[in-house]
Design a protein around this ligand. Structure first.
Ligand SMILES: NC(=O)C1=CN([C@@H]2O[C@H](COP(=O)(O)OP(=O)(O)OC[C@H]3O[C@@H](n4cnc5c(N)ncnc54)[C@H](O)[C@@H]3O)[C@@H](O)[C@H]2O)C=CC1
Ligand SMILES: O=C(O)[C@H]1O[C@H](OP(=O)(O)OP(=O)(O)OC[C@H]2O[C@@H](n3ccc(=O)[nH]c3=O)[C@H](O)[C@@H]2O)[C@H](O)[C@@H](O)[C@@H]1O
Length: 399
């Protein structure tokens, strides 16, 4: 198997076995592939000349008006045209709008098959090897079978369908996850107003298999490199098709509201008033990645909240066990590599990413370092009784 990328630095590192992203198990898989000789990395597309199947997994970020920006995708397709052997099938792993696979087939003059990816960041190796489902959307049965055969040996159900349904199924899945988190976030707000506890409400819902146990944890809003861009792209697709997807638009609006709600909670916690000013308040942020287990800060809700806190005049220091300066865009948060620097003289702490190791911090010591030992835990990660014993005034979500 050969991996081709236009990023020469990435490729050079991978050839040395250096994986550029934090993904448990991936280093070992790459090392094993390189050692056995079955895996290679290059910037030279000609290495694909003998390939039977090429998997396209280039970025499809948000473009103008929420559409998927297909410039990188189209450039990759164009660059493949002169290289591929006549028998080669192209499998589209990138998340692409409906119609893209069919267009790819036309441009390349060969069968293309939609085969979207459902892995989660932070679990990439595991999820790829243990998928819940495999979707193969093709109009050419033999091409579709060849793509499906790539997964022989995995036990997941395979959905054979047309490319349009396959492309839509990917967006539908991510958008539904976003919808679910927005639902629970608004529910948490309602719990606060009514004196209910979101933990018990969500637990009751989780026990219903029709609802499902996952994606019912309130937080600072959903983010990451995919849910935000894919909800925007699906809304655009729906609008173009003349369908009013108001329920999804509302989930997106609720996500923005959630960022603002966290800021208002911090304002109330730190100043004691809904009208209080955060101007000049030193706040320490615990967690910057869009979720625990990844170093990825793309479209992180932590950074969306940070931007709003900075707008309100707060001075921000941030610590994240997974994020280093190389992967951090900077901006309004001063990144530090020692959690005590985040607490030092802070008017309050805001926990934004659910890193389990935050539970093990020396909380009494951190309380001593702060100016005001106040913490807003936007992930309901910490034990409020333990934090109170440590000297903190604790605020969670939805209770
Ligand atoms: N990140 C994730 O967990 C998942 C991503 N996806 C989809 O996979 C696609 C890629 O996403 P990521 O891996 O996150 O993007 P990424 O930006 O991390 O990586 C994409 C790679 O493609 C390379 N590239 C760009 N143009 C190229 C070209 N013309 N030829 C060769 N290589 C090129 C880039 O240098 C980069 O290394 C997107 O469509 C995304 O929606 C789908 C499921 C999960
Ligand atoms: O298309 C993609 O790239 C991928 O997008 C998501 O995976 P990922 O971006 O890794 O992130 P998730 O684990 O889905 O989390 C998304 C966001 O929702 C938040 N979240 C999740 C669950 C929950 O209960 N509460 C909650 O706030 C997370 O903190 C995070 O900010 C999907 O889960 C994958 O199936 C999909 O393949």
């Amino acid at each position: 198997m050969t991996g081709v990328d236009i990023d020469a630095r990435k490729v050079a590192g991978l050839c040395r076995g250096e994986v550029p992203i934090a993904e448990p198990g991936l280093d070992a898989l790459v090392a094993e592939g390189l050692a056995r000789g079955g895996l290679a990395f290059t910037t030279d597309l000609r290495a694909l000349a003998e390939s039977d199947v090429v998997l396209l997994c280039v970025p499809t970020p948000t473009g103008p008006e929420g559409t998927a920006d297909l410039r990188a995708y189209d450039a990759a397709v164009d660059s493949l045209a002169p290289v591929l052997a006549p028998h080669c099938v192209v499998a589209v792993k990138s998340t692409v709008p409906v119609g893209t696979t069919a267009r790819t087939a036309r441009v390349l003059g060969r069968p293309a098959v939609s085969n979207p990816e459902f892995l989660r960041e932070g679990h990439a190796a595991h999820d790829f090897l243990h998928p819940d489902r495999i979707v193969v959307g093709g109009t050419d049965p033999s091409a579709a079978d060849r793509v499906a055969a790539l997964y022989d040996g995995l036990t997941a159900p395979v959905v054979h369908t047309d490319p349009t349904s396959s492309e839509l199924a990917k967006y539908a899945s991510n958008a539904f996850l976003a919808l679910k988190v927005s639902y629970v976030n608004v529910l948490a707000e309602l719990c606060e107003r009514l004196g209910a506890d979101i933990a018990d409400v969500a637990e009751t819902m989780r026990l219903d298999p029709r609802i499902g146990a996952a994606f019912l944890s309130p937080g600072p809003g959903w983010g990451g490199s995919c849910l935000p861009k894919d909800t925007r792209a699906l809304l655009h697709t729906a609008a173009e098709a003349g369908v009013d997807f108001a329920v999804l638009a509302e989930a997106v609006a609720a996500n923005r509201h959630q960022h603002e709600r966290v800021v208002e909670k911090v304002r109330q916690a730190v100043t004691g008033s809904t009208e209080g000013s955060l101007q000049g308040s030193r706040l320490g942020l615990l967690g910057l990645a869009f979720k625990a287990g990844t170093d990825d800060v793309r479209d992180s809700p932590a950074l969306a909240v940070a931007a709003r806190l900075a707008e309100a005049g707060a001075v921000l220091t941030g610590y994240d066990p997974g994020v280093d300066r190389d992967g951090f865009p900077g901006g309004v948060v001063q990144l530090v590599d020692d959690v005590t620097l985040v607490a030092k003289d802070a008017a309050g702490l805001v926990l934004l990413t659910e890193w389990p190791e935050f539970r093990e911090l020396d909380w009494p010591h951190l309380a001593d370092l702060t100016h005001h030992a106040t913490i807003v835990d936007t992930r309901n990660l910490l034990d409020s009784a333990m934090l109170t014993r440590a000297g903190f005034t604790y605020f969670g979500l939805g209770r």
